[in-house]
Design a protein around this ligand. Sequence first.
Ligand code: 6PG
Length: 256
Amino acid sequence: MTKITIKVFSKGHDLNHSGAELFDQVARDAVSLRGRFICALSGGGTPMALYSLLAQSPYHESLPWENMCFFWGDERCVPPADPGSNYYQARQALLAQVPVLEKNIFRARGELSPQLAAEDYARQLNSCADPGLDWPRFDMVLLGLGADGHTASLFPGSQETHGISTVAVTANYQDRPANRVTLTPDVINSARNVVFLVIGVEKAEALVATVTGTREPVRLPAQRIMPADARLWWLVDQAAASRLPESIAGIEIQRL
Ligand code: 6PG
């Protein structure tokens, strides 16, 4: 049974610190219980402050970096040194600053065509698969939310998929690279912890529609994220939460 919590922060600073504490706790627990922590990072601008925090003290010292494995929820099909690459952005803000092992960084190869990159990424996921799955059961998946309701590279109007781990996608959003590779909802929904980071009033409509609206997973792909047995966290700022009602059935709301 999944427990859903929305934490509404009056200060962005507190949101990022809360995200860092959660990441730290889950990572240390996973390593002590199972010997590894395996996560999927998010792209977009929102998680950058969190990545920078994790690169600093106390997390730089407390996290078990050598037992941590990094994938991404999605990747843009650009070379790994391109500033538009999700891998590149996370590498700059976090991975280049900490003693993570190169062999534990699993990036989608954005320099390939979307189809080849999706196939290659599926093979990498399979190389870390948990029993009964063709992919790892992620300890944590970080996600963003688009103003149009997308998450990872699951965009409005895209086909729902079943039983596969990756999909090649072409979608225009803002001025970002259109060709992409994404994890599928099946992979994200098998995770132990899923954390959405949502900041800004431009996300308010998408957030309220995703968590309180009628189920429309084709129009609102973030609604496809429904883990069966996990903790699902929404760490949001007041602006993004401005359309949320006081209470939502089945969801704990904490106003901080
Ligand atoms: C990407 C993403 C995408 C992102 C959202 C939110 O590669 O673009 O992973 O799903 O998380 O578009 O992006 P912002 O945080 O920049 O608003």
